[in-house]
Design a protein around this ligand. Sequence first.
Ligand code: FAD
Length: 505
Amino acid sequence: MTVQLNDYSKIYDIAVIGGGINGAGIANDAAGRGLSVFLCEKDDLASHTSSASSKLIHGGLRYLEHKEFRLVREALAEREVLLAKAPHIIKPMRFIMPHRPHLRPAWLIRAGLFFYDHLGKREKLLGSNLIYFKEDSPLKPAITRGFEYSDCTVDDARLVVLNALQAKEKGAKVVTRTRCVKAYRQQELWHLELQSGAESYQIRAKALVNAAGPWVEEIISENLQLKSPYQIRLIQGSHIVVPKLYDCHKAFIMQNEDRRIVFAIPYLEQYTLIGTTDQEYLDDPQKVEITDVEIDYLLTVTNSHFKKQLTRTDIISQFSGVRALCDDESDNPSAVTRDYTLALQVEDKTTPLLSVFGGKITTYRKLAESALEQLGPFFTDMGEEWTANEVLPGAENWTTLEDLVIKIQNQVAGVTEQLATRWANAYGSRVWGILHERKALEQLGQHFGHGLFESEVQYLCENEWANTAEDILWRRTKLGLAFDEKQVKNLESYLTGRRQKDDAA
Ligand SMILES: Cc1cc2nc3c(=O)[nH]c(=O)nc-3n(C[C@H](O)[C@H](O)[C@H](O)COP(=O)(O)OP(=O)(O)OC[C@H]3O[C@@H](n4cnc5c(N)ncnc54)[C@H](O)[C@@H]3O)c2cc1C
């Protein structure tokens, strides 16, 4: 999607750099308060850290050990707020922590879980309890008891897209594959120079939000030629995906000998997601990739807990991301604060620049509220906070996902329960934007494989900024795990044809 050059005549209230969860969340909050908003993302929405997370909406049990009480309290409370806002993409999950007395005594874990149960408001999520493992446990026989508590899982990339979509529906202009190459203050306005393919153009805004994640510091020093108020540390984290490691629909939180924890999480019905790691990263964030050391680490922790032993050949997929954490000078990468810091820089009482350092997916909504609170004095007509009570796109007009699945199957002949469930979980009620009045699978156009039809691809291109096969297969859906090379090529050539038609029109 490109912006007309005449956009220069318009003065936006806020320009946001970065289409990860923090940029999309801030753009959405601002647009909903009546501000005019522009957001640019240099690649695809959620194409960096925000699609490489452990996909948890969680208080962060282990952060209690690092005394991050503010963060844990806020994150715990956000679990239920976000669950109500997007129940199609966010689901409650029980977590089992096998007890390993030589790593942490039972009293310490009980105390942590007591805080976890009571620190944030909890209505839907169950509290914690002690459990004993029987012979049928997937864990090694030496592990006989553990603790169980609640958190949530989320489709991280779709959470970003839904925020961008809601922002657009509230009037924001969101452009992807558009890099902010430079920004400067002139006559009480921010001027942004943007590059989209071969096209360059400028836009102007009263305030600038720098939500560039791992690039936040680089944007300030190189693109804005200013001094960064904070330094960040880039901490790489990686995950592997293996065939379902065990049968129950619960996650495991494994304690490792180095006192770190690693999750094994049920993923997309057929798989288990295992992660994450914490290691200092000094290279270009664009190039981050899982290392052999990380793979060995994840396999070793998992194999020390589960009866089923994994080898490298079990790994179906892997991904890596970079946390941009505010440097608190911790020696240990896993101890660096996970809390966020917002930095406001103002010149002559105008042209605020707000930069986001750190942050969790879980706390994106509160982070956006804090950002808007800091920008409030520059926009005195701005509306009130609203995001706690309004659902995200797709969460409207259905009571249970089971009902929605039945409705889909009743309308479109030939749709399997598996396909209807995938659609319901990804799109909620927005699925009707894909299906319209169509009554049979054959009316959904070309089939690219594994239940991906042309009408879904069209919906994603027209409404959700999808452009390439990778956008569709790895971020808008997770069908990339099922598609083979030939199917990917076929989808890519369809999309190329579509883009050529669009360019010619
Ligand atoms: C391994 C790992 C596991 C995690 N697990 C969890 C979890 O389970 N739960 C949780 O709550 N949090 C988790 N997190 C943290 C969470 O993922 C991040 O805090 C969050 O995604 C950061 O989002 P962001 O928007 O700040 O950054 P990003 O998602 O990286 O977005 C920044 C965007 O800015 C864009 N950009 C940069 N420069 C420019 C430019 N010049 N012009 C235009 N665009 C630009 C980039 O392309 C990028 O898309 C995890 C993080 C990691 C790495």
